[in-house]
Design a binder for this molecule. Structure first.
Ligand SMILES: [Zn+2]
Length: 505
């Protein structure tokens, strides 16, 4: 009989080999999104599908399952938050989950999602919800079957949410999001009613793209993203890809006449990147060296993008640097003006263009609707009407077409049901963490005004990054903040900042 320690070593070796495949696949995907010739698309898609089959086989094989099952009853599993214990706990959850979903449903979903995404591209272009609807019906029907196969306590949504935000239940997610929704609506109204206007014209002046690239890299490195272990390239839809320890790839896009677009997507992706750089590399590919959840990942990007990069003190420090790079565009601009310009708030139809105040309402609308579709309170043909009504109710605006309404996001066609809430959970966690770090470190804003970001990054390293996936997100945040996550720090932050800009208390 091998000892538990021997088995654990075998498990680590197995995970290391899986991570080599995952890393190769990540590099292929990065290449696909940054510079691959378009004629290579078909071969690359087949190649990536083959890699994902290999990875799937390795993480669902009976031998692998036996290894995890015997470790689960060993002494190593006793402390479920230790490195070994959390590895066994998380891998067993994932393995059991995978094993419960019938192979036929997995294959059917893969096929349906691929067709649905193609249909979505065409239907969005043609503003044609009717042709898209049957695809959406099939996806939600299959997702209901997945939820039934996995099992759930409160709502079928539990089983889907768990894939992105492990161990978070639907009632708990809804408690956080409903609290946020109810507190946000009066803030949106106060902003709309204010006569104050952000001087956004500043951002539409000419900012040469080559200079934006240099400048963005400089700011990201000042924030703490280590470029000896990463790089920055351009793409259509910015993302951060981990190829392996010491190789974290950020991407962004630039618009010469929209200064904020390039800079803030760099700060956002660099936030994801600093998290990946702070994970323990000796546990790479295993839970102690992995990100905790999508919500926690998004908390790191939102924290650097919004709570740092859109703060008044950030611009006190950053404006002189920006003026040196873009003298023509910024010579007559004050820190207060650019601070207001990058914090303009107004209700809009498109989620990805939404500001810090209104963004979460876009997410909450999607989360509510996908739960209603899943439990069939809402039927797919009625979705566009429900979507438009909810936009009118929460944001005071109605989409002028399905293309800029219900058809705007790729997520549902890609089978990503239960994914949307992780964006708002990220914003909630970010504000909880920021408030706790501010208290522990004594005045972050004064540090930002001097360009000092290292104390905040160190705090995040210790409390979040180095903890990996040793515990669920809610416990991780609670340990870091000495309080359970709530929407209140986010609302407090928005009221203070936007109350000052738009003159309401
Ligand atoms: Zn993100």
């Amino acid at each position: 009989m091998p000892t538990a320690e021997d088995l654990f070593t075998k498990l680590r070796d197995h995970a290391a080999e899986t991570s080599y495949l995952a890393s190769a696949s990540a590099l292929l995907q990065w290449d696909q999104q940054t510079g691959m010739p378009s004629a290579g698309e078909t071969f690359r898609a087949d190649q990536l599908a083959y890699f994902s089959t290999l990875i799937h086989e390795r993480t669902t094989s009976p031998e692998y399952g036996e290894m995890i099952d015997s470790l689960a009853t060993s002494d190593l599993a006793k402390d479920k938050f230790s490195d070994e214990g959390s590895t066994i706990r998380v891998l067993k959850r994932e393995y059991d989950r995978e094993r419960k979903i019938p192979t036929a449903i997995v294959a059917e979903l893969t096929r349906v999602e691929s067709l649905a995404q193609q249909a979505w591209v065409a239907c969005r272009k043609a503003n044609d919800f009717k042709t898209f609807a049957p695809h959406l019906e099939t996806i939600f029907r299959l997702k209901r079957e997945v939820a039934a196969a996995i099992g759930y306590v409160h709502h079928p949504y539990d089983a889907l949410l768990d894939e992105y935000e492990p161990e978070l239940t639907t009632p708990e997610a809804n408690r956080l999001l409903e609290g946020l929704r109810d507190a946000l609506r009066p803030i949106v109204q106060a902003v709309v009613q204010s006569p104050n206007r952000a001087p956004v014209e500043i951002l539409h002046r000419s900012y040469p793209i080559a200079l934006q690239h240099q400048f963005g890299k400089h700011i990201a490195s000042q924030m703490g993203f280590a470029f000896h272990g990463g790089r920055l390239d351009t793409t259509a839809h910015p993302f951060c890809e981990t190829v392996g320890p010491g190789d974290i790839r950020l991407t962004t896009r630039y618009d010469e006449h929209l200064f904020g677009s390039g800079l803030y997507s760099i700060l956002h992706e660099a936030g994801h990147g600093t998290y990946e750089q702070g994970l323990r590399s000796n546990w790479y590919g295993l839970p102690p060296g992995s990100a905790c959840s999508l919500g926690v990942h998004e908390s790191q990007s939102r924290l650097w993008e919004n709570l740092v990069g859109r703060s008044r003190s950030f611009w006190t420090w950053c404006l002189p640097l920006a003026k040196a790079v873009f003298p023509d565009a910024l010579h007559d601009v004050s820190a207060e003006q650019i601070f207001f310009a990058v914090n303009e708030s107004k209700p809009s139809l498109i989620r990805v263009e939404a500001d810090e105040v209104t963004y979460n309402l876009h997410i909450i609308i999607r989360t509510e609707l996908e739960q209603e579709l899943l439990d069939e309170r809402l039927k797919v043909p009625d979705l566009p009407t429900a979507w438009n009504e909810r936009y009118q109710k929460y944001l005071g605006i109605t989409p002028t077409s399905d293309a800029n309404g219900v058809l705007q996001d790729v997520h549902w066609s890609a089978g990503l049901i239960g994914y949307f809430p992780t964006y708002s959970l990220g914003n909630i966690y970010a504000s909880c963490l920021f408030a706790a770090a501010d208290k522990a470190l004594g005045g972050l804003e004064a540090m930002f005004a001097r360009g000092e970001f290292a104390p905040l990054l160190e705090w995040l390293r210790k409390n979040i990054h180095e903890q990996g996936q040793t515990r669920p997100a809610a416990t991780l945040i609670e340990n870091a903040c000495q309080a359970k996550p709530t929407h209140e720090p986010l609302i407090e932050h928005l009221r203070t900042k936007y109350g000052a800009l738009y003159d309401f208390a």
